[in-house]
Write a new protein. Structure first.
Lengths: 433, 156
């Protein structure tokens, strides 16, 4: 097929009806109505909240009293997955809020915030008698928000129990957290669907206001040490430490033949306490490169200014120009798989194709991401995937299954997260402070 | 333009907006979000639009801003590298849709607006707030890279 035939075909494809566009204007009208309705009451709630936060932060008796409140005990139990969050709750750093929105399908409550200069962690609940599985997506809609200045990520799954605590995180990589922000929560729901719920059942808006003492905190430690990871040169530029997470910033040498897609490492302080990835966003790219140069890890903020070392135990690369793998869904065969990854199966799963790969685990992790969570068709068009599942075996290998929901073609391309790896004989140690 | 007039015009434009966003973002879910946000922002500021005949270029301008926002937000987690203009062979090897997605931003804007969103060269230049000669140069360069032989004023 030549380019002009491709052009004609693409024009035809773009003319196909898109059911999700139904109601676009009505949604905009409803959103504007909601915004007008809540503008007044939210301001009052926010003012009350600001006074309450000030009391929590500056009044020891109030804070001690709050520690005995059962709801904070529940938060403390919920955040056990994160050393930083646990420390934040134990040190009375969490902010209590009481914001609620509802419609006839779902009720959403935001109850706690853990905020610092680079992150806003929002703890919330969803209630519904109509939907068993719900998933919320968040966006900042403040008029002065820089859309390029943050990204959001959810650490909760769709099938949490009704009313269970969930958390989502806004990460401000290059800018600082504002003193307040207006956020939008889009809730999707389903009943018994194993895949991520797709039907949008509510769009809520909340105004979050933060204590300036929290959003102003952070420590930057300059490192500027160049390291060799299997023949590829990187520089550990600096480390930024905040109450809820630590950010390690790398720079890459332009002569490298690979992009850095993953780094296995941990931080260790003088007492031997180890700080690792905490779930949610663990890495993100720098400007203008597919390399993951910003790495996020648990924080030692509440343990004071103790000595801290970085130990690198491995790295994953993708060779520049060798990112994609083709899978034939009819014959169950693969082209372009790198050494170390095999195609386990192509099978039918609930009437839809599912592709499973097997690979060896790296370091202490039982599994890691092999491919981007997206499928590409023969035209290179990206189809977002909502679900993949992992399994692991005692022999040190793991499987990763990609569910091709609503993917109509018989061949599919996946974009590799890595094609090559590096592991030192002993961890590479870098003194941070 | 009042809200009622806006609703009618936005309804008529939504598929065209979606096509533009889809090619821009190369992702259906991101394109739907961008269209939703653009239609909402357009509604909030439609009173400022004094000339209804410019509705198409005006709302598309808002959409393009939203597409940039989506792209920048998403890029941090799933970065996609734009190919440089010198990478002619790599563009040749890519399917058309991906080749468009990986054009440098200023070339991508022009080719999408001209050949998929249905704007003339004059409208495209107005919409992007660039001189018409610059739009024409970018159009020629994009078509060369994509190896597409389309006329200067050809419309979709």
């Amino acid at each position: 097929m030549n380019r002009m035939e491709e052009f004609a075909l693409l024009q035809q494809e773009l003319e196909q009806p898109v059911p999700e566009l139904e109601g676009t204007v009505q949604r905009a009208l409803r959103k504007r109505r909601r915004k007008r309705m809540i503008a007044g009451p939210l301001t009052s709630i926010a003012a009350a909240f600001a006074v309450f936060v000030a009391l929590v932060n500056f009044s020891a008796p109030v804070a001690m009293a709050l520690a005995k409140v059962p709801v904070l005990k529940e938060l403390a139990e919920f955040v056990q997955f994160s050393h930083s969050f646990t420390q934040a709750v134990e040190n009375e750093y969490a902010q209590i809020v009481d914001l609620e929105q509802s419609n006839d399908a779902v009720r959403a409550k935001i109850e706690y915030l853990i905020v610092d200069q680079k992150q806003v962690n929002v703890f919330y609940r969803l209630y519904s008698s109509k939907y068993t599985e719900m998933h919320a997506r968040f966006k900042i809609i403040s008029e002065d928000a820089d859309p390029a200045g943050y990204f959001s990520t959810s650490q909760s799954s769709a099938n949490e129990q009704d009313g269970a605590l969930r958390v989502t995180t806004f990460v401000f990589q290059d800018t600082a957290v504002p003193d307040k922000m207006h956020i939008e929560m889009k809730v999707h729901g389903s009943n018994g669907d194993r895949f991520e719920p797709k039907e949008r059942i509510a769009t809520f808006e909340f105004l979050l206001e933060f204590d300036p003492n929290h959003t102003a905190q952070g420590r930057v430690v300059e490192v500027n040490q160049t390291i060799d990871l299997g023949g590829q040169k990187f520089t550990v530029a600096d480390v930024e430490i905040y109450p809820s997470r630590t950010m390690i910033r790398l720079e890459e040498d332009p002569s490298n033949t690979v992009w850095l897609r993953g780094l296995d490492f941990y931080l260790q302080d003088r007492d031997g306490t180890v700080y690792k990835h905490a779930g949610g966003v663990s890495a993100s790219s720098g400007d203008g490169t597919p390399s993951m140069l910003i790495h996020w890890v648990e924080s030692d903020w509440f343990r004071g200014d103790k000595r801290l070392d970085l130990y690198i135990t491995g790295a994953r690369f993708v060779i520049k120009g060798a990112e994609k793998v083709r899978i034939d869904l009819e014959t169950g065969t693969a082209d372009g798989l790198p050494e170390g990854i095999t195609l386990e199966s192509v099978r039918d799963w609930d009437g839809k194709p599912a592709v499973t790969f097997r690979a060896a685990a790296v370091g202490d992790e039982k599994y890691h991401q092999l491919f981007e969570l997206a499928a590409y068709d023969k035209d290179g068009f990206r189809h977002d995937l909502s679900t993949k599942s992992f399994g692991w075996d005692e022999d040190g290998t793991f499987t990763e299954m990609y569910h091709l929901d609503d993917y109509p073609y018989t061949e599919v391309w996946f974009k590799l997260d890595y094609t090559d790896g590096w592991q030192p004989e002993k961890p590479l140690k870098i003194r941070i402070k | 333009v009042n809200s009622q007039e806006y609703a009618v015009q936005a309804e008529a434009m939504r598929t065209r907006l979606y096509k533009t966003a889809l090619l821009y973002l190369n992702s259906s879910s991101m394109a739907l979000d961008a269209v939703d946000e653009a239609v909402y922002k357009g509604l909030c500021s439609c009173k400022k639009l004094r000339q209804p005949e410019h509705f198409g270029t005006w709302i598309t301008r808002i959409l393009i801003n939203e597409c940039h926002n989506e792209l920048r937000r998403h890029k941090r987690l799933c970065p996609m590298e734009a190919l440089p203009e010198t990478a002619a062979e790599q563009f040749d090897a890519l399917p058309l849709r991906e080749a468009i997605a990986r054009l440098p931003r200023e070339l991508k804007e022009v080719v999408i607006l001209r050949y998929f969103s249905g704007f003339t060269l004059t409208e495209t230049a107005q919409l992007l707030q660039i001189p018409q000669g610059t739009a024409a140069t970018r159009q020629r360069r994009a078509l060369q890279l994509l190896r597409m032989e389309l006329g200067e004023e050809e419309r979709s």
